[in-house]
Design a protein around this ligand. Structure first.
Ligand SMILES: Nc1ncnc2c1ncn2[C@@H]1O[C@H](COP(=O)(O)OP(=O)(O)OP(=O)(O)O)[C@@H](O)[C@H]1O
Ligand SMILES: [Mg+2]
Length: 249
């Protein structure tokens, strides 16, 4: 595993310890210990409303747990003016991604604005992203005019350019046709090869989840972790059993 895209020598990580989150006095989920590190590729599964997006927001520092701690390790020290020290460490890509006001091209070039690359490297990375996401014909379109699937493709291309150390992708291939799915899959695979830590939520067991080597499952208000990622056949089998015998979840 290479960490070539990252300046630090050791993998960075986010750890959650004894966390619990409640909304309106009702517990959504709890977890003893969760560790999300560079190099991890984790499949996050759970029913609608089980708390997948909420968990990602907690790890991104966008929400605070009702109980427990979320710590970051291996990152550069937080600037003194930043009150929430987790923000900006694990990047959360929303299931309905936010895009900047402006063209597709602007959205892609802005992603690299913060990085210290030569203009040659910058151009190369952007044109690679355009090629991989096949957005060439849409470059001058306004981002707000894109279809749902195109918006998601653009958001992933932008994340691919920015190369965060930890990236959380919330339903990255929902509403996508097979062609868009395969383009996004290739970009996510490339991020994996570069050592980016990935936490991916999906309702489908597919090529995307086949990239994962850890499994987090939110079930009965608890996050269960495992090194075994279920296959399409196993999920089908479990669903069939639940349909026949019912479930307590
Ligand atoms: N800020 C909030 N205040 C109150 N309730 C909230 C808040 N955020 C989320 N919830 C509730 O928490 C539950 C979990 O929401 P969440 O979006 O995390 O689920 P999810 O697993 O991502 O679902 P889906 O598969 O539909 O995307 C939902 O019932 C939601 O209404
Ligand atoms: Mg969600």
């Amino acid at each position: 595993m290479s960490f070539a895209n990252n300046a630090v020598k050791y993998p960075v990580s986010i750890e959650a310890k004894d966390v619990m989150i409640t909304f309106n006095q009702k517990m959504l989920f709890c977890a003893d210990r969760l560790s999300f590190s560079q190099g991890d590729v984790i499949y996050l599964q759970g029913d609608n409303g089980s708390g997948k997006s909420t968990l990602m927001k907690l790890l991104a520092g966008l929400l605070s747990p009702t109980k427990g701690q979320i710590e970051s390790h291996g990152f550069l020290p937080t600037p003194w003016w930043r009150t929430q020290s987790l923000l900006g460490k694990a990047v959360y890509l929303h299931q309905h991604p936010y895009l900047f006001e402006g063209s597709v091209k602007y959205n892609l070039t802005y992603a690299l604005a913060q990085r210290s690359l030569s203009s040659e490297q910058r151009k190369k990375r952007i044109s690679q992203a355009i090629h991989m996401s096949q957005l060439t014909d849409l470059l001058n379109h306004h981002a707000s005019d894109l279809s749902g699937g195109e918006r998601q493709r653009l958001a992933i291309a932008r994340a691919w350019i920015a190369q965060p150390k930890l990236l959380m992708l919330d339903e990255p291939i929902s509403n996508m046709d097979k062609h868009s799915q395969s383009l996004v899959l290739a970009m996510i695979n490339q991020l994996k090869q570069d050592g980016t830590g990935l936490l991916i939520s999906s309702h489908q067991t597919c090529g995307l989840t086949a990239l994962c080597h850890q499994y987090w499952h939110i079930k009965q208000h608890t996050i269960h972790t495992s090194m075994h990622v279920p296959t399409v056949e196993e999920v089908h089998q479990a669903n069939t059993t639940e349909l026949h015998y019912g479930t307590t979840n």
